[in-house]
Design a binder for this molecule. Structure first.
Ligand SMILES: Nc1ncnc2c1ncn2[C@@H]1O[C@H](COP(=O)(O)OP(=O)(O)OP(=O)(O)O)[C@@H](O)[C@H]1O
Length: 261
């Protein structure tokens, strides 16, 4: 597992019109080993940008991100899950999950064993020979999660992974993800628009403010695990959701004018 340190990260984008937009300003954040951190905040506050910088898919304009691996030595490894499953349509679940291992030259026998374990973990062993078109949206996302975990990454970065699913499937996937995470502990950073999803999943919720993106607040969720759908009906859960919704409202009411620099 890995610990993530975000140190004074700012990001300025230069658009096609050559106008510069500051998306993030001086974000500092520590994600502890094995922690499940959720990034929450109104549209445009920079959640995806911050996640992409953490995953080295995007460079920070200023500041640094360090991922310290508890395995020691070598580069830290990262698993990604995006809103769209990005599976190869002609490949079976087994072949999609095994792709990262294939690309790094893992021997077929070891690869199949590991892929089998991952498909068991996401409870899709029965669908190993199916292609994405033969799976439901929730099943496709479970294949993506298995693929993201197959190389045993130090951290798992998830950008609205259940945003395209219907409400019922999304609830089920939240329960599933919690089970997978408890069975196979990882450091997770998870982006969402849904306050209830954030409270259900997170150890801590980092609320980003806008104009430009910055850390507005950090909330610890002290509900015991495993969290259940019944728990989501409790007063404590509802109060936390209400408090965070109010915070989002406050953030949104602050004038949003992207800062040009
Ligand atoms: N490649 C880019 N070029 C220019 N501006 C960008 C680029 N990517 C993001 N931005 C701008 O940076 C800001 C933050 O965008 P980002 O997508 O990170 O926010 P977000 O909180 O994830 O939004 P949403 O919740 O709507 O997905 C926005 O003002 C966006 O327009």
């Amino acid at each position: 597992m890995g610990a993530i340190t975000v140190d004074a990260v700012s990001k300025v984008f230069t658009s096609r019109t050559e106008k510069q937009v500051m998306a993030l300003r001086e974000i500092s954040l520590e994600v502890k080993e094995g922690e499940f951190v959720v990034l929450l905040g109104p549209s445009g506050c920079g959640k995806t940008t911050l996640l992409r910088i953490m995953g080295q898919l995007e460079a920070a304009t200023v500041g640094t991100v360090t991922i310290k691996s508890s395995k020691g030595g070598g580069d830290s490894t990262i698993g990604f899950v995006f809103q769209e499953p990005t599976l190869m349509p002609w490949r079976t679940s087994e072949d999609n999950v095994g792709l990262p291992l294939e690309l790094t030259g893992v021997h077929k026998k070891d690869r199949l064993r590991r892929v089998g374990e991952m498909l068991e973990l996401v409870q899709l062993a029965h669908a190993r020979r199916k292609t994405p078109a033969q799976l439901s949206g929730g099943m496709r996302q479970r294949v993506s999660i298995a693929r993201a975990l197959v190389h045993d990454p130090d951290v798992l970065l998830m950008d609205e992974p259940f945003g395209a699913l219907d409400a019922q499937t999304r609830d089920m996937m939240n329960i599933e993800l919690q089970r997978i995470w408890m069975q196979n502990p990882k450091t997770v950073v998870f982006v969402t628009h849904s306050v209830a999803e954030a409270v259900f999943l997170g150890d801590r919720i980092v609320m980003l403010g806008i104009n430009p993106g910055h850390v507005h607040s950090i909330t610890e969720v002290n509900l015991p695990r495993p969290r259940t759908m019944e728990m989501a009906e409790s007063q404590e859960f509802r109060e936390l959701v209400a408090e965070l919704r109010e915070q989002i409202g406050d953030v949104q009411r602050s004038d949003y004018i992207p800062i040009s620099v």
